[in-house]
Ligand binder design. Structure first.
Ligand SMILES: Nc1ncnc2c1ncn2[C@@H]1O[C@H](COP(=O)(O)OP(=O)(O)OP(=O)(O)O)[C@@H](O)[C@H]1O
Ligand SMILES: [Mg+2]
Length: 269
């Protein structure tokens, strides 16, 4: 037993595959005269356990990139590897989950039954592979609201349910496409802080699309900026702020300096 404590992890972190690796990705829609290049030569690596935010002008291909990673949009050229596998294999293995701008809950099912839904439609026989729905609801701050119906919840609460539902299959990667975009500022602020807490508690890799520069900087360890026409990587910066963040960090000189830098870059996109 004493030996086990001295076990050496032979897989050095730098040798482990990243959560997502995108290499020379091109995505074209349509064909012939009407062919449209949505993404051109995009290469980016999302490290395991990272929280990467993605920003860029409308139509620059943020959702397309997220959907390619999720195997929802076909790749025209280039490769994507998700935890060392193809996006298709990762999807089949439920290695990632998607959270959209709208919570898309079933209106006739309670909060708890909405979170449980993937358990019922899932192909995994072993329920132990899933997280406990009630614990997840507590994690997203909805303890006591298990029996409520979606129409009895606020927009922010519905989005918390969607996050809990996404976490039920214990995904190693969470792909979030403007999940808080439709919420008022105060609710969004609160959910931003909660998302950081959930990220730390679960260790899930998160890729988070937003239109808000402050949100991208507050949440992100890294910010990926895409430029439009055609969609391509404009910048991929490491956010030089402490990992422990509260909303007050937005008033610091360093935070303001980073957001100003990103705003200038965004103007060039
Ligand atoms: N299925 C499709 N067929 C044809 N064109 C598409 C398709 N999906 C996306 N596009 C086009 O690709 C471009 C990128 O779209 P995408 O939705 O990825 O942009 P986005 O950066 O997410 O924009 P927004 O910030 O407005 O959500 C847009 O010009 C869009 O019209
Ligand atoms: Mg989009």
């Amino acid at each position: 037993m004493a030996m086990a404590q001295h076990k050496i992890d032979l897989q050095a972190p730098e040798l482990a595959p990243p959560a997502v690796s995108v290499e020379h990705l091109h995505v074209r829609f349509g064909g012939g005269q009407s062919e449209f290049t949505a993404l051109k030569d995009v290469s980016v690596t999302i490290p395991k356990g990272a929280l990467v935010t993605m920003i860029g002008p409308s139509g620059c291909g943020k959702s397309t990139l997220l959907r390619c990673i999720a195997d929802l949009v076909p790749v025209s050229d280039g490769t994507i590897s998700v935890l060392g596998q193809t996006p298709r294999k990762a999807r089949e293995g439920r290695d990632f989950a998607f959270v959209f701008q709208e919570a898309t809950l079933l209106p006739w099912r309670s909060v708890l039954d909405n979170v449980r839904l993937p358990l019922e439609v899932g192909r995994r026989a072993d329920t132990a592979a899933y997280a406990d729905p009630e614990r997840l609801l507590a994690l997203v701050g909805l303890q006591g609201r298990e029996k409520a119906l979606p129409h009895e919840l606020s927009g922010g609460q519905r989005q918390r349910v969607a996050i809990a539902r996404a976490l039920i299959s214990r995904p190693r990667i969470l792909l979030m496409d403007e999940p808080f975009g439709a919420l008022d500022e105060i609710t969004r602020d609160k959910l931003n802080e909660e998302l950081l807490r959930i990220w730390k508690e679960t260790g899930t890799t998160i890729v988070f699309v937003t239109h808000s520069i402050p949100e991208a900087v507050f949440l992100g360890e890294h910010v990926l900026m895409l430029a439009a026409h055609p969609g391509r990587v404009k910048a991929y910066i490491k956010v030089d702020l402490p990992t422990e963040r509260t909303l007050a960090i937005r008033d610091t000189v360093e935070f303001i300096r980073i957001t100003a830098h990103l705003r200038r870059l965004l103007e060039e996109c």
